[in-house]
Design a protein around this ligand. Structure first.
Ligand code: NAX
Ligand code: ADP
Ligand code: K
Length: 511
């Protein structure tokens, strides 16, 4: 699903209005009706107090339409106009008139702190104060209003965006932003919904398709793409019946050190469970029996050294090399990694200490094969590219880095971001149960397993991150967030594939 900027969305609105020969008020009615339908589906006429806070722009206009439709269905609705200026939008005004004509239960104008209404725990609050039009931080009593709503224990549903959240920048410390429980957003999710610094304001999120011009949407270059089931399905290559293990490639997993051989078991298991034809590990001698016992399907090559890698020598013609898990940063390991980088022409996946070595010995970066997949978590990324001021600055810096080094960066997190050239892909599977030792090792194995099966490195990264998260979700369903461990993510990869290939319906919600 494409993620568009506020100005692209406004352009899409204008083109839709022109091409479909409708008014902007019709489009507002259409969008807000979708919101009403979602609310009605969930509340089923329940008699709880619905308190709708409307601004005076088009987000407020949406709120008024939602209020009217709820009133027509006999909901217990009270509308408050957060009257921060007299500059009301035309579509707000016409819907203001409509609601006044409908009922004597007129909207209440809020003009300052003294007007704040009572909000109770069981209230259902709808935030339609600001949407994508926000262009400066909230001030004065309006900011206080937002903090007041946040302090209530009411459930807050944000329309299009939590009010106070910008679509293209991070709020400053202390800025007032609605902390929504749920956000219903129009047509396209916004980039800030997925950034670590802003995702918490959004709560759960659902995208409502509002019928914007299809041709325009299909042609426009998005600022990023959200990867859900449908996108992942499009990347999947079915297996040929007439095939053998040689068709699915050979993964070489090189890494590990005394006490950290488990990371190799995890990555290698994941590579095989993702469908690699063969997997061989290259590890220090101390790991020989561990791997042979834990994973009889893998082949084992050992370094001359007992505790760490000092000389990665093999005639093995692997299709992909996965390096770095548990490998440590001893000088002799750095040397052999350097040799490996200089010699190999194979695609590589580099994780963990492999990344830390690259950060410490910057001169190695020039030897990275083109399209190497680097899989840092934020701390590893920071060592690699330096500090950033906020998440938007981080994106710019990663983009500079990948342009210079011609690599693919998989930045792991609650929403993992995949950066390739100008493109950003954002993953929408996964859960906090995956914050457990070794889940990153599993991801490296998954990506390497896909590359060995001839998926392009970018496709392997995007599909791999999706499937890894899906397997995490399946593990959480079975075992709970606390109970699942990273080995479960590797074990359940098969179920993640089954889920991908099952016939269940694809909704507008990317997951
Ligand atoms: N395709 C879509 O996405 C559609 C969007 N619509 C709605 O329209 C919204 C955008 O409406 P608007 O452009 O009117 O903008 P908003 O309703 O988000 O904001 C209202 C106006 O407030 C002013 N403003 C910005 N920051 C302020 C601040 N800190 N303090 C005081 N005033 C401030 C701006 O001039 C802005 O235009 C969307 O978020 C959505 O809810 C729908 O009505 C129709 C379809
Ligand atoms: N809250 C979360 N939601 C979704 N995915 C998560 C969450 N926390 C961690 N993950 C995923 O788990 C993995 C953790 O990787 P990493 O930090 O390298 O762990 P480790 O070093 O223990 O292997 C990443 O793929 C990340 O995206
Ligand atoms: K809002």
């Amino acid at each position: 699903m494409k993620i568009l900027t506020a100005s692209q969305i406004k352009e899409a609105d204008e083109i839709t209005i022109k091409n479909q020969n409708i008014s902007s008020e019709d489009l507002m009615e259409r969008a807000a009706t979708q919101v009403f339908n979602e609310i009605h589906k969930r509340l089923q006429g329940a008699d709880l107090p619905v308190k709708i806070f409307c601004g005076i722009g088009n987000n407020g206009g949406d709120g008024l339409v939602i209020a009217r439709l709820l009133m027509e269905h006999s909901y217990n609705v009270k509308v408050f106009i957060v009257n921060y200026s007299d500059n009301r939008s035309p579509d707000f005004l016409s819907n203001y008139d409509k609601i006044k004509n409908l009922s004597h239960n007129w909207p209440e104008l809020l003009k300052g702190e003294d007007d704040f209404p009572e909000i109770n725990r069981g209230d259902f609050v709808i935030d339609a104060i600001f949407g994508i039009g926000l262009n400066r931080p909230l001030e004065g009593w309006v900011a206080k209003m937002v903090n007041f709503l946040n302090a209530s224990s009411a459930f807050i549903l944000a329309i299009d965006m939590p009010s106070g959240l910008f679509s293209d920048k991070i709020p400053e410390e202390g800025d007032a932003v609605i902390m929504a429980n749920f956000t219903l957003t129009f047509q396209t999710p916004k980039l800030v919904f997925f950034l670590p610094e802003t995702m918490e304001f959004v709560g759960d999120m659902q995208v409502l398709e509002i019928g914007l011009d299809r041709d325009f949407l299909s042609k426009i270059t998005p600022s990023a793409q959200l990867i859900g089931r449908q996108e992942a399905q499009n990347l999947y290559n079915p297996r040929n019946k007439n095939s053998h293990k040689g068709n699915y490639g050979h993964v070489l997993v090189a890494g590990g050190s005394y006490g950290k051989i488990g990371s190799i078991v995890l990555a290698t298991t994941a590579s095989l469970r993702t469908g690699a034809g063969l997997s061989t590990v290259f590890i220090p001698k101390c790991g020989y029996e561990i791997v042979q016992t834990a994973l009889p399907e893998a082949m084992v090559l050992t370094d001359a050294n007992y505790e760490m890698l000092t000389d990665i020598k093999t005639d093995l013609d692997a299709d992909v090399i996965c390096f770095g898990m548990g490998v440590g940063r001893d000088k002799s390991t750095v040397e052999t990694f350097k040799e490996l980088l200089k010699e190999t022409k194979k695609p590589m996946v580099i994780d963990a200490d492999g990344l830390n070595i690259l950060s410490e010995y910057n001169e190695l970066l020039q030897h990275l094969p083109e399209n190497t997949v680097l899989t840092p978590h934020p701390k590893e990324l920071q060592r690699l590219i330096g500090e950033w001021t906020d998440d938007f600055d981080k994106i710019r810096k990663v983009q500079e880095f990948i342009k210079k080094r011609k690599v693919i960066v998989v930045l792991k997190g609650a929403h993992t971001f995949i950066f390739e050239q100008e493109n950003i892909y954002i993953n929408n599977t996964g859960n906090p149960g995956m914050a457990t030792a070794g889940s990153g090792d599993v991801l490296s194995g998954v990506i390497a397993g896909l590359i060995s099966q001839k998926y392009e490195p970018l496709v392997a990264a995007v599909l791999g991150v999706y499937l890894h998260g899906k397997s995490g979700d399946i593990s959480a369903e079975k075992l709970g967030y606390e109970g699942m461990i990273s080995g479960d993510i590797a074990q359940n990869m098969g179920l993640a594939f089954s889920d991908l290939l099952s016939e269940k319906e694809n909704g507008a919600r990317a997951d």
